[in-house]
Unconditional design. Structure first.
Lengths: 248, 373
């Protein structure tokens, strides 16, 4: 089975003055894969992710996202990706329905499609009774699940998740990962950063960033074997211990 | 285009759902417009006068009754000691002292001239200045009465008097409100639009929603238009309510000039002011910062735009500042169109300058606004 590459970076670098936040990272991510992007605080994960989403311009290096060039085709990239940040980013003063309609609308969904999508999404999340409630009144876990569903409403090729389950209880996290698996099975590539090592185990492949560089990249099984560890926790600790940068 | 419609729908929903800001946008300006012009009245009335009369003659009595019947003065004290009059000023009971010397009546009849002494408490400069000038006008008037009377009695030809008649155009009864209402309305619309618009954009930064917007295919200009258009409409609405409801029914102001011209200028002006709001939002990361920056500009706008004080009497450097803020021009234009009925030829230059402001402020704001960093 030939693997279709959806993200390909080549020596991607971002400098802020003298500080090199992301130092010449090169990797590939395949279609439908759940790709875990791990690293300690301040390792440069968010910077790298922002470059891939077109929010931040790289200082040097190349990258292709969904077949589009990161420098020249940012508008095309934006149509092909979804994004969910660690900061909750739906509108709290709009209702569940209004948020779905707004984001669906700006991604150019036709109104019939949008209606069908909305019904399906609300059913999956079990939000039938909350459709017309303001998003601010929902519990955090529900908000995060809603935010994820909205981020993939336009069936993007790739969805970027920046610490999507921060502060969420274990049960809801488990449900959140069900949504991720479901999206992955529909062929959506998942690019996720996390600090939870149990979540790292759910990924197909993992990259470990230390001090702006990718120090390891493989499946959780191979990484554990390589570092002679029983859990991902130990692998993470082994790698992150060598870091010289202080976390923020 | 379709994205813009979705953005506009979202904006209006959010604005009308914000229970804290909504009254500030719609109710506060109208209430302020009803109250402020009544207080911002520069006519000085109720000047407290203390008369020190050493003469106690019929002339001095006539003069005092002329003063008190003018309506501008309130006789606080009548005595014969200047020291006591001074005490009144020190205790802030009197604003001005009029001292009538001994032999005032006799000198006036015999010598044809007499001296009066006026001392004003100049801590409130406006009150002191206007008070003294009202007082001397009343005294001159009194003087003329006496002359005419005596000259006629003695059968001599009196000296010819130059009589100056003033007529006040465009605001014949010198009603201060007529002048202030349009100006205050401009200031209020400016505040609502620049303030609310910048706060609204910065709120998206603060909440992190702008990042979500930035990864969507929404274009920069669509997002900006989505923010500016609602406040442009709100500005138009608030101005109209202020002019046609408060102006008309509370102050009886009926615009003399062409409304189309007025609204044309308003439309252009709002673009300039919203550009400023946008510019403020691009340099601020939090609503607190945006508020502080906006406050700085609004203070300057209020005090230097010729709203309360005449620009012509400012020092040259201050005139330069006054001429470099857009509010100045709109206040002038509104006063010209509403009170004088000026036409397009009269405000042609104002139009050009405002186009300049609109282009400059919006260009700066758009250059400063980045979707990527």
């Amino acid at each position: 089975m030939s693997k279709e590459v959806v993200i390909k970076t080549d020596k991607l670098t971002k400098k802020f003055g003298d500080f090199i936040a992301t130092n010449s990272i090169s990797f590939e991510v395949y279609k439908g894969e759940i790709f875990g992007f791990l690293g300690a605080n301040g390792a440069g994960k968010t910077t790298a992710m922002k470059m891939l989403c077109g929010l931040s311009r790289p200082s040097s290096g190349e990258a292709m996202i969904a077949g589009f060039d990161i420098y020249k085709q940012t508008e095309e990239i934006k149509k092909s990706i979804g994004y969910m940040s660690q900061k909750f980013s739906l509108y709290e003063d709009l209702t569940v329905k209004e948020n779905i309609d707004f984001f669906g609308g700006i991604y150019g969904l036709r109104s019939e499609d949008l209606k069908a999508k909305r019904a399906e999404l609300i059913k999956t999340l079990g939000l039938e009774n909350e459709v017309n409630q303001l998003v601010s009144s929902l519990p955090l876990g529900w908000k995060q699940k809603l935010a994820f569903s909205v981020a993939v409403i336009h069936d993007p090729k790739i969805v970027f998740l920046d610490e999507p389950t921060g502060g969420v209880d274990p049960v809801t996290r488990r449900q959140f990962w069900d949504l991720i698996y479901d999206a992955s099975s529909r062929g959506i590539t998942i690019f996720v950063t996390t600090h939870y090592m149990d979540e790292a185990e759910y990924c197909n492949r993992i990259s470990m960033m230390v001090d702006g560089e990718i120090k390891a990249l493989d499946s959780p099984f191979n990484l554990k074997k390589q570092y002679g560890a029983d859990t991902m926790d130990e692998v993470f600790y082994e790698l992150a211990r060598g870091a010289t940068r202080k976390g923020d | 285009m379709r994205s813009l419609l979705f953005l506009l729908r979202k904006e209006f929903k959010q604005i009308f759902r914000n229970k804290a800001l909504l009254p500030l946008i719609f109710v506060a300006p109208i209430m302020q417009l009803i109250i402020l012009p009544l207080a911002a009245d520069f006519e000085v009335k109720n000047i407290n006068i203390s008369v020190v009369d050493h003469d106690h003659s019929s002339f001095s009595q006539q003069l005092i009754s002329k003063l008190t019947s003018s309506g501008y003065f309130r006789l606080m004290d009548y005595g014969s000691s200047f020291k006591k009059g001074l005490e009144q000023i020190e205790q802030d009971k009197a604003d001005i002292i009029l001292e009538i010397p001994n032999n005032f009546e006799r000198n006036l009849i015999k010598e044809g001239e007499a001296d009066l002494f006026v001392a004003a408490n100049a801590i409130n400069g406006v009150k002191a200045g206007l008070g003294s000038s009202y007082l001397s006008r009343i005294i001159t008037n009194f003087n003329e009465d006496i002359r005419t009377k005596w000259v006629n009695k003695q059968g001599e030809s009196g000296m010819s008097l130059i009589d100056v008649t003033t007529s006040n155009w465009f605001n014949p009864y010198l009603i201060y409100n007529k002048f202030m209402v349009p100006g205050i309305l401009v200031a209020l619309v400016t505040m609502v639009c620049s303030y609310m618009c910048s706060l609204n954009i910065v709120k998206e930064k603060e909440m992190g929603t702008i990042e979500q917007i930035n990864v969507t295919p929404i274009k920069k200009y669509q997002f900006i238009l989505g923010k500016l258009i609602p406040f442009w409409i709100i500005g138009m609405f608030v101005f109209s309510v202020g002019l046609f409801i408060v102006g008309r029914f509370v102050y009886g102001i009926v615009p003399v000039g062409n409304l189309l011209l007025l609204y044309g200028y308003l439309a252009l002006y709002l673009v300039a002011v919203l550009g400023l709001g946008l510019l403020i939002s691009t340099v601020s990361d939090t609503q607190q910062q945006a508020m502080s920056v906006a406050f700085f500009f609004i203070m300057i706008f209020m005090l230097m735009s010729g709203l309360f004080t005449s620009i012509d009497s400012m020092p040259t450097w201050a005139q330069v500042i006054a001429k470099s803020i857009p509010v100045t021009y709109f206040i002038e234009v509104v006063r010209m169109i509403v009170l004088k009925g000026s036409g397009f030829e009269d405000i042609q230059q104002h139009f050009l300058i405002m186009v300049g402001f609109a282009v400059l402020l919006n260009t700066l704001a758009i250059l400063n606004y980045r979707k990527t960093s």
